[in-house]
Design a protein around this ligand. Structure first.
Ligand SMILES: [Zn+2]
Ligand SMILES: [Zn+2]
Ligand SMILES: [Zn+2]
Length: 107
C-alpha cells in the first residue's frame, strides 16, 4: 500500500464512520462513544439491571427503564420517527435512515 493509498483509505474510513454507526453506538440509547471501552462502561452503568421492565403496549421485556423509554420513543411514538427525503418512508431514528439513504445513493 503506497502512502497515497493509505491517506485515501484513512479519509474514506473517517468519512464513512461519520455517517454509519461503526459499532460504537449504544444499542439501547444510540449514544455515540469514541471507543468500545467507553461504550461498555456506559452500558454497564446505564442499562445493566437484572430487573426486567415490560412495555405496556407490546409486552416486550427490557433490561432497564431507560431501554424501555427508548423503545417506546422509537416504536410507539410516531412523532420521533424521521422520514426519508427520497421515498418518504419513515424510520425509527436518523441512524437507520442514514443506512437506508446509502441504498439510494449506491444502487
Ligand atoms: Zn446507552
Ligand atoms: Zn413496546
Ligand atoms: Zn428512501
Amino acid at each position: 500500500m503506497s502512502l497515497f493509498d493509505f491517506t485515501k483509505y484513512t479519509c474514506q474510513k473517517t468519512f464513512e464512520s461519520k455517517i454509519y454507526s461503526e459499532g460504537n453506538y449504544c444499542s439501547f440509547c444510540q449514544k455515540e462513544f469514541k471507543n468500545n471501552a467507553g461504550l461498555n462502561k456506559h452500558i454497564g452503568r446505564m442499562h445493566n439491571s437484572n430487573k426486567d421492565v415490560e412495555c405496556p403496549t407490546c409486552n416486550r421485556l427490557f433490561r432497564s427503564r431507560y431501554a424501555l423509554k427508548f423503545h417506546r420513543k422509537q416504536v410507539h411514538e410516531k412523532s420521533t420517527r424521521v422520514p426519508c427525503p427520497v421515498c418518504k418512508k419513515y424510520f425509527y431514528n436518523k441512524y437507520v435512515l442514514a443506512n437506508h439513504l446509502a441504498k439510494h445513493s449506491n444502487p
